[in-house]
Design a protein around this ligand. Structure first.
Ligand code: CTP
Length: 404
């Protein structure tokens, strides 16, 4: 397993309990042939010692910015420029905010500002901090700057026992993300970026109720995974699902159609976009601030308004990827509807599937590919097999070199 052979990775260890996972991360990266150099923030040294980090990296661990010896030759620039990839783990809400604002007042901050290598962040923080609007703003800004993310995961927090999203990704997940970024010189889709939407959306009615649909996300997630296996950098924008994130794919979790659209727009530019999500067509005009109670006057009247059509917005918009793929979930007049969607939504390709059976949430799928070239029927197969075939088709349409 030398997937990272000779790759120079600069690991910036941030402050936080999850810092201990960095020791295992170093071991896993080195097992794969990477050369790892460690930088520690002041706060990180409260959780792991420079000695233990240095023992695992096998090299000097860098600490504060104004370490005289190393600053003689502008050490932070040298460190930043000598890396093929910079990892910041754990990334706290504060550190993300500082990065988003371009603050480089310590060695870690200066390195993160000075590097031109890809930067991968593994956030770890309390769930309330992760969902705070300020952290959301930092996240969006950093994504816009091209910073990649892995995690955080859902689970119990080490310090408070609180459950929610905020747990740092596991070392092997971080390694998979690194392999994805650095290994993307391989595979027919190497160097290409593809955005995929998946899962349902949830549209709130009141704090406890929502409108949803039966989508499991299995087909969309499988497509994201297949594209990543072909070497693409994949951003998966997923509605609420209970299946695991694909490995080596950057997954952005959203709830509503409007959030999904914003996340897709933030992920652009892309070479291709595949819209698999079963987006709710409507949302409640104004979701109630409090739980709607029975009043004795009969059921409440819910006024619905139309959600943005994400596929159409992107397919006919100014930042349209070269290849746009949509899905058409129909229970009747499949081909007529699919053909109409090609034109009206600005798609190059519509994957039409009949959802009158138990396709939604099920494990197999029967699809037809509708494009200006005509209709191609695919045999019923597993969602993974459909995904593999579609990923190859996308690679071909993007002009990628395919193995014979
Ligand atoms: N889609 C989208 N945003 C929406 C609705 C749909 O991006 N608000 C995308 C889906 O991801 C899919 C395609 O559009 O790729 C078709 O979705 P489908 O539900 O089959 O079509 P609708 O546009 O809802 O059309 P209809 O009302 O005819 O069902």
């Amino acid at each position: 397993m030398t997937t990272l052979s000779g790759k120079r990775i600069l690991l910036v260890v941030g402050g936080g309990i999850a810092a201990y996972k960095c020791l295992d991360l170093v071991r896993r990266l080195r097992e794969r042939g990477a050369l790892v150099t460690g930088v520690m923030t002041k706060a990180a040294a409260e959780f792991v010692t420079p000695l233990s980090l240095g023992a695992l990296t096998g090299t000097k661990v860098y600490g504060e910015l104004f370490d005289r010896d190393d600053e003689q030759d502008v050490g932070h620039i040298r460190l930043a420029r000598g890396a093929d990839l910079v990892i910041l783990a754990p990334a706290s809400a504060t550190r993300m905010g500082r990065m988003a604002a371009g603050i480089g007042d310590d060695l870690a901050g200066a390195v993160l500002l000075a590097t031109r290598a890809p930067v991968l962040l593994a956030p770890a923080m309390n769930p309330a901090m992760w969902t705070h609007p300020a952290t959301r703003r930092s996240l969006e800004t950093l994504r816009g700057d091209g910073i990649r993310f892995v995690g955080p995961n859902r689970g119990e927090m080490a310090e408070s026992g609180e459950a929610g999203e905020g747990r740092m990704a596991e070392p092997l997940e971080i390694v998979a993300a690194v392999e994805r970024i650095l290994g993307s010189q391989d595979g027919p889709l190497a160097g290409r970026h593809v955005v995929v939407t998946s899962g349902p959306t949830h549209e709130p009615i009141d704090p406890v109720r929502y409108i949803a649909n039966r989508s499991s996300g299995r087909q969309g997630h499988a497509i994201a995974q297949s594209l990543a296996r072909l070497g693409a950098r994949v951003t998966l924008v997923s509605g609420p699902v209970s299946i695991p994130d694909p490995v080596g794919v950057e997954t952005v979790r959203v709830e509503t159609a409007r959030e999904m659209l914003r996340a897709v727009e933030a992920a652009l530019p892309a070479d291709a976009a595949v819209f698999v999500a079963a987006v709710a067509d409507w949302r409640v005009a104004s979701d109630a601030a409090h739980k709607i109670k029975k009043t004795g006057d009969g059921p409440p009247a819910l006024a619905l308004v139309e959600n943005p059509d994400i596929l159409r917005t992107i397919g006919t918009g100014p930042r349209r990827p070269a290849l746009v793929v949509g899905f058409a979930a129909e229970t009747r007049d499949l081909l007529e509807n699919a053909k109409a969607k090609l034109a009206s939504k600005g798609a190059d390709l519509i994957v039409a599937n009949d959802v009158s059976g138990d396709v939604m949430g099920g494990s197999v799928n029967t699809v037809r590919l509708v494009s200006s070239e005509g209709v191609e029927e695919w045999p019923t197969s597993s969602k993974e097999a459909v995904a593999d075939r579609l990923a190859l088709d996308i690679a071909r349409r993007l002009g990628a070199p395919l193995p014979a």
